[in-house]
Design a protein around this ligand. Structure first.
Ligand SMILES: Nc1nc2c(ncn2[C@@H]2O[C@H](COP(=O)(O)OP(=O)(O)OP(=O)(O)O)[C@@H](O)[C@H]2O)c(=O)[nH]1
Ligand SMILES: [Mg+2]
Length: 538
């Protein structure tokens, strides 16, 4: 911790523990389009930090959610990059990260999942479990992240609620423990039966779902009188459920055996208040974090945190760059000097900000679980650790193996400086990986990405943000493996291959097909041809 100063007394260890205990840091995740950004906004609305949700929801005309701030996101109605929102609710401090659902941006989602203590998984009531849903459940299991499941869009015709629960059990292996149960079939959402006390929470629609939907709590007898059929059906289903699904058990939830389930309609703000309360009541507070050697740094250890995301272009007027830090231990005080593990150098944290979508304001103090933005911290890269006193390095973040490659050239040769700067920035944010070789030269580096939509984002940002319009020429490669200098000449002697150097120094051999790679491996078994990462989400 920093030395006590007259103006800002040092927080005691008890403060840190108590402050950490108030934090709830979680990601909202799902297959594309299940309603993450809409739910994010609805949660902020319920916490009364925004006055009105995006008025007109619906892809074409909606007014953009707070977390989808990029012009491309607003134009297309999808999330391209994750967004952080911090706000207070009840006695808690909520750090919410809205992630992009599209597989092409899954590396961003994956990084966010390294920085949270829990996840809210959305399932579209009409679609059930989809491809990305399955991958994300697997990532959460692998990382030991407890998941709260929300069946969303219950205001629209969809699947049967019991069938959805069966799907969860059969396909994820998790036991769903429904905390609420819908009253009214999908498409006729009247309210929920709260399984915790047997009461009925009746929702009232508001115009366009723009404001908090009033909720009344009725007893079972009152519910039976007011909605005889729908209530009876909900009761019947809940009885059936009791036979198969378990009750909530905090230990089993935290250890990833069960997932509490809630029913909601984010667009109408139904069930959102209950979710917020469940997050505060059940989601885990920050705990000590294992370092790269597996030793746990407890929350009351001296300050530590790591960078899980870098983003620029949030503020068109200032063109600044924000490094998002997840605080793991200790007290963060703006202005404190910390050590940057990658360089061993001191790093001054003069410009620290609390983030709310694209809005930001200066923050003076932060605690474990908090996400803090450091402005123009150009030395910081994704995965870097910052600490005070006792040194620590948290595990490096996995870089995904690219599967699409394109040569990038500046359309206007006079704008070479802007071209270089843009490429450097996109690379440092991890929007694309950049590969180079002597043969191709510095004017024509190669963008390497997990999914082709990353090309569109990169090309759009090169033009809009850096004033360097580019032309992308796709290359025929579809996979990359790690190699070494000694193998290069013999690899490139085969057709359908090329070796380039990534800016982190790694040599990557690219192949048109896995057959080309296999033939080479079999013919020349002594070559270094190693997978870049063991497994990936995407
Ligand atoms: N009917 C209905 N529509 C919803 C609900 N929640 C979200 N939507 C709509 O579904 C569409 C997608 O919503 P988003 O919140 O952008 O979905 P997302 O999961 O953030 O999408 P990506 O970030 O691109 O993966 C929008 O048109 C929303 O208005 C809901 O509860 N009911
Ligand atoms: Mg979104």
């Amino acid at each position: 911790m920093t030395a006590p100063s007259a103006s800002r007394p040092e927080a005691t260890s008890t403060d840190v523990v108590a402050e950490a205990a108030r934090r709830r840091t979680f990601a909202v995740i799902s297959h594309p389009d299940a309603g993450k950004s809409t739910l994010t906004e609805a949660l902020a609305l319920h916490a009364r930090v925004i006055g009105q949700a995006g008025a007109v929801h619906g892809k074409a005309g909606r007014r953009g959610t707070v977390s989808d701030w990029m012009d491309m996101e607003r134009a297309r109605g999808i999330s391209i990059t994750s967004a952080a929102l911090q706000f207070a609710y009840r006695d808690a401090v909520v750090n919410l990260l809205d992630t992009p659902g599209h597989a092409d941006f899954s590396e961003d989602t994956y990084r966010v999942l390294t920085a949270v203590d829990a996840a809210v998984m959305l399932i579209d009531a009409a679609k059930g479990l989809e491809a990305q849903t399955m991958k994300l459940f697997a990532v959460c299991r692998h990382r030991g992240i407890p998941v709260i499941t929300v069946v969303n869009k219950w205001d629209r015709p969809g699947k049967d609620a019991l069938a959805l629960m069966d799907e969860v059990v059969e396909r994820t292996g998790l036991t769903p423990t429904a905390l609420t149960w819908p009253v009214g079939i999908a498409g006729d959402f009247r309210g929920v039966l709260d399984r915790r006390d047997g009461s009925y929470r009746r929702f009232t629609r508001t115009a366009g779902g723009a404001t908090v939907a009033p909720e009344e709590q009725l007893s079972a007898a009152e519910a039976a009188a007011s909605e005889p059929d729908a209530w009876a059906q909900a009761q019947e289903e809940v009885d059936l459920l009791a036979a198969t699904a378990g009750e909530h058990d905090q230990e089993l939830f935290l250890s990833g055996v069960t997932t509490p389930v809630l029913f909601a309609s984010a667009v109408s703000n139904f069930g959102v208040g209950t979710l917020l309360d469940v997050l505060v009541d059940l989601a885990p507070a920050p705990a000590g974090r294992p370092d790269a050697d597996g030793a746990v740094r407890p929350v009351d250890a001296p300050f530590s945190g790591f960078v899980f995301k870098v983003q620029s272009g949030m503020d068109a007027a200032h063109r600044d760059r924000l490094a998002y830090i997840r605080i793991c231990s200790g007290v963060f005080e703006r202005g404190m000097v910390v050590t940057h593990d990658a360089t061993g150098r001191p790093f001054a944290t003069k410009y620290a900000q609390q983030v709310f979508g694209r809005e930001r304001e200066s923050i003076d103090v932060a605690f474990p679980g908090d996400v803090v933005g450091l402005v123009n911290a150009s030395a910081l890269h994704v995965g870097d650790t910052l600490f005070t006193e006792r040194p620590v390095s948290f595990p490096p973040l996995t870089t995904f193996a690219p599967e699409h490659f394109a040569v990038v050239r500046s359309i206007e040769t006079a704008r070479h400086k802007q071209f270089r700067r843009g490429i450097e920035q996109l690379e440092s944010e991890g929007v694309v990986q950049v590969l180079r070789s002597d043969r191709r030269g510095d004017q024509a580096p190669v963008f390497a990405v997990v999914g082709p939509m990353q090309f569109e984002v990169a090309s759009h940002r090169m033009e809009q943000e850096f004033g360097a319009p580019v032309h992308l020429e796709p290359l025929p490669y579809s996979l990359a493996v790690r190699t070494d200098e000694a193998s290069v000449a013999r690899i490139t002697a085969s057709s359908g291959t090329e070796v380039l150097r990534r800016s982190d120094g790694e040599l990557l051999a690219l192949f048109t097909t896995k057959w080309v790679l296999r033939v080479l491996r079999e013919g020349k078994p002594d070559l270094t041809l190693e997978p870049l990462v063991a497994a990936q989400l995407g």
